[in-house]
Each structure stands twice: as C-alpha cells, then as structure tokens.
Design a protein around this ligand. Sequence first.
Ligand SMILES: Cc1cc2nc3c(=O)[nH]c(=O)nc-3n(C[C@H](O)[C@H](O)[C@H](O)COP(=O)(O)OP(=O)(O)OC[C@H]3O[C@@H](n4cnc5c(N)ncnc54)[C@H](O)[C@@H]3O)c2cc1C
Ligand code: SF4
Length: 326
Amino acid sequence: MSLPSFQLLRPKTLDEAVALMAKHGGEVKIVAGGTDLLPSMKQKLFTPPYVLDLGGVRELRGIRNLPGDGIEIGALTTLSTVEHSALVRKDYPVLYQAVKTVASPVLRNMGTIGGNVCLDTRCLWYNQSLLWRKSCGFCLKKDGDLCHVAPGGKFCWAAFSGDTPPALLCLGAELEIAGPNGLRCTPLSEFYVNDGMVRLHLAANEIVTRVFLPEASAGWRGSYQKLRVRGSIDYPLAGVAVALKMKSGRVENARVAITALNPAPFLVKDADAHLVGAVPSEEIAERIGELAARTAKPLTTSALTPEYRREMVRVFAKRAVMAAAN
Ligand SMILES: Cc1cc2nc3c(=O)[nH]c(=O)nc-3n(C[C@H](O)[C@H](O)[C@H](O)COP(=O)(O)OP(=O)(O)OC[C@H]3O[C@@H](n4cnc5c(N)ncnc54)[C@H](O)[C@@H]3O)c2cc1C
Ligand code: SF4
C-alpha cells in the first residue's frame, strides 16, 4: 500500500497549472486534498508519471459573495470551509446539509469541493488492493476485461459516490473549467456521464476552477438524507437531496437529486410537477419517493443489496421532502 513513484508538479498560479496540464496532458493526475486520489494511488488504481498538486494555487480557495448573482466557491475550498460558511448555511441549506455528512471532520479539513465534484466512481470490485483485484482477475474499469457486477456486458456500473453534487444539482450549480483554450462554464447537470469509466465531461488537460451557485436558488429550503454503513465516516450508498422554494406554505419551485445509485448523480425528472403549487404532504412526499426509486439503478457495486438501497431511496426522498418543507 505504498504510493507508486511519480514526479510532483507544484504550480503557484492557475496559468502555470493550465500550462503544465497542457504540456503533460493525459499523463497527469490532479491532486487537491488527496483524500480520494492518494488511497486509490496506493491501491495502484492510478500510477500516473506526473501528479499536479493544486494546493499552491491560492486563487482557487475561498467563497465569494457575488451580490445579485449568487456565490462562487473556489474548487480548492475545503469542505470544512463550506460547512462553516454562514452564507452557505443561511442561503443554500441543502449544500450545508450534504457537506457536513462527507466522511469525517478530519477528511473535510483536507478534502475540497472540486475533489468532491470530480470524485472517481466506486465499486466493491474496484476500490481494493492490487493483490485483492489480481486474485479476482481484475475488472473492466482497471486492468481486466470482465465486469463482475454485470458479467454479460461491456459497461462499468461503478457508482458516483459524492455527497455534495446532488445538493449542487438541486441548486442549479454551474462549474467554471480552465483549459488550454481559456475558461468555459457548464451547468453541473451536463458535467456527468452515466458511465462508471468515463464519468465526467472533462478533458485530460482541464481543471475545475470554481462552482457557482445562482442567486435564484438562494433561500430555498433543503434537506439531504444519506445511507451509509458507518454513520461517522463513510461514502454514501444512497443519497437524496431536496430543495424547495416555498411561498405562503406552498412550493413555488423544487428540485430533487440522487447520488451513489448510478454511475452519475441525477436530478429526479418531473419531481417539480408533483411539488410546484402544492402544500407538501405525506402523499406527495411518497410520490417523490417513488420517482426517486425509479431513477435509481443500484447494482451489486457495494456491500448493501440493490433492493435495500432502492427501498432506502424511496424512504429518504419522502423524509427529505417533509424535512425541507418543515
Ligand atoms: C474514509 C473515507 C471516507 C470518505 N467518505 C466520503 C463521503 O462520505 N462522501 C464523499 O463525498 N466523499 C467521501 N470520501 C472521499 C473524499 O474524502 C471526498 O470526496 C473529498 O471531497 C475529495 O476531495 P479531495 O480534494 O480530497 O480530492 P482528491 O482526492 O484530491 O481528488 C479526487 C479526484 O478529483 C480530481 N480532482 C480534484 N480536484 C480537481 C479539480 N479542481 N479539477 C479537476 N479534477 C480534480 C482528482 O484528480 C481525483 O480524480 C471519503 C474518503 C475516505 C478516505
Ligand atoms: S461495475 Fe464492473 S467494471 Fe465497473 S468497477 Fe465494478 S466490476 Fe469493475
């Protein structure tokens, strides 16, 4: 479980980082907090010749209020900073709820929002030591030619297991991405690929630089509910985020998103059709639970059964709607 050898690149500015990424392209792995990448490198899931440490690029740290437009969170901002931001807690409570469930306080002190958004997908057959994976003949995602989860196919079902992206999706977040051709912006809802191997619409030489939360979703009520094995420190095995814009007891706008059940986090389609205009009730919350369960496609990528995870999505979606409304 030692790290493989690599050359460390330590840019001090974003321009330097972009130039280094352009120079080394597909041979570089970005490290931010390292809380996900370094364990994976120790398991030899990645053995890149170069590792680019974003830690010195100070311009990517911090949360900025953009009056009238929303807020901007630098990709290198730690999860603890997001968790303890009074602005986030007051205006974007669903993000506050989600971020405080990530891993443990120590890991949130190191882990960044950019790393959480770009997290690798996870699977019981993949996040294991080299020796373990070798004994099983490896798998499609790394070094093998068979998927143990769905052996007939050539598709990777490893689950996206970040906690903040469903909350960010509910808030209509956008990402700023830097590359050799400058900066581009993309809605977070278009950033993910529902394929455990491809994962992200992010070129090998691009860096996620900022997350924007629009003013339009400031003040929406929110709730995040998460299923995990160890309550104090664990990746989600199912997660549901709900954000509601309320006016005089009725829902004016709504979004629901799920994580850790598919290779990508997803907004639950048509959830707003059931919620907008209504006074939230147990019956409506149950319908949202059904929709969320139908959106989820859990497979045997984790120690908990797909049936249990799907059932818990239904239960959690219902609870999250009621918690957000109340
Ligand atoms: C015991 C344990 C429990 C955990 N539990 C949870 C959990 O409950 N919920 C959860 O969401 N996560 C969990 N994690 C994973 C991790 O701690 C968090 O997801 C964290 O936010 C990752 O951020 P990081 O900065 O450490 O990412 P890194 O490890 O530095 O990077 C993660 C990935 O993102 C890429 N990346 C990082 N920053 C950028 C960027 N700016 N642009 C482009 N690519 C980038 C890296 O190349 C890498 O592929 C857990 C980890 C451990 C070890
Ligand atoms: S879903 Fe299949 S291919 Fe993907 S990591 Fe798991 S076993 Fe490997």
